[in-house]
Structures are given as C-alpha cells and as structure tokens.
Design a protein. Structure first.
Length: 184
C-alpha cells in the first residue's frame, strides 16, 4: 500500500532533522540506512490515519530503529569478542583448565565493559568510536565536533582509566585469592 502523501511530505521535510538527531546516536555510516528503514516502515504500515503528529511519529520511529541498531551492534561486539576468545582458547595447550579460563575471560570482558561505562560521556564516545568501530581521529573529531587533539586526549584518557580500572579489579581478585576468598 503506498504511503499517505501527508506522511511522505512530513518524512521529506523532517529527513535532515532526523539525520542530525541520528548522528548523535549511531555512527554516521548507519544514518542513511536507518532513515531508509524509517521510510520502509511507513510504507509497510497498513494505515496511517491513526498518526496525528507525523513529525513526532517519524522521529520516534527513527530513534527506535537507531536504538535497535545499537543493541544489535552491542551483541555483535560481544559475539565477536567471544569468538576471538574461543579461537584463542582452542590454540592453547589442553593442559590448561579451559572452562575456568573461558569463564575468567568472560568475566574480564564484563569488567572491561564496566570500565568503559564508567568513562565520562564524551571520553567514552571517542574511545568506543576508535576502539570498537575503528574510526580515525579525524572521523571522530568530525562526529563529535571537537578538535583532533581533544579526540587524542579523550582516547588516551580512556585507555588510562580502563587500564587502571582493570588493574584495580585484578588486584582485588588477587587479594581475594591470597586470603582464600575472604575479605578482611
């Protein structure tokens, strides 16, 4: 069923605004796909008569699709990390306690995720764009509207804070192991 011309006109009028909103949520490479998915959702709607505020409806649909994309990306990141660790585990000699090592690796990855979540928002965004999505310094600077130097500082700060966080976690687990699992 063709999309209602009022909704289509609203989409065309709101497209650039939705794109700006989406760039704050997802990597720039994904914005056009999400905008297209938003329009496809409109075209697939059986009826658009219930939509009283087309602009709000469009923004909400685009935002929800962006959040869905982020969830899928997060799952892919965890799956990729798990696959890499699984491959690493298989390359080790079998005299190791593989189930323990695998659970320890998953636990470490969870701690690393906690470390990233603890970063200040701007620092976290720059760090994730660099380390997860592989953006260049210039791409990150353009995405966040900050200088290349500031991006470099955020990434360095992210690495430093995550490293310290992981060292503290390891020190705590070493203390716990040394005391037989008992805290004083």
């Amino acid at each position: 069923m063709p999309v209602n011309s009022t909704i289509h006109d609203a989409y065309m009028a709101a497209r650039s605004g939705m794109a700006r909103m989406l760039t704050r949520l997802v990597p720039p490479k994904e914005v056009d796909d999400i905008l297209q998915d938003t329009y496809v959702r409109l075209c697939q709607a059986k009826s658009t008569e219930h939509i009283r505020e087309p602009r709000s409806f469009l923004y909400r649909t685009a935002r929800n699709l962006a959040f869905d994309h982020l969830k899928r990306a997060e799952v892919r990141l965890v799956d990729t990390e798990a696959d890499a660790e699984t491959g690493h585990q298989h390359s080790l000699a079998y005299d190791h306690d593989q189930p323990w090592e695998q659970s320890a690796t998953q636990e470490e990855f969870g701690h690393f995720c906690d470390a990233v979540k603890a970063l200040p928002p701007q620092c976290r965004r720059a760090f994730v764009l660099k380390k997860v999505y592989g953006y260049s310094i210039k791409e990150i600077a353009a995405e966040l509207s900050i200088s290349d130097k500031t991006v470099e500082k955020h990434i360095a700060q992210g690495i430093k804070r995550c490293t310290l966080y992981m060292r503290n976690i390891n020190a705590q687990s070493d203390d716990c192991t040394a005391t037989g699992g008992q805290h004083e």
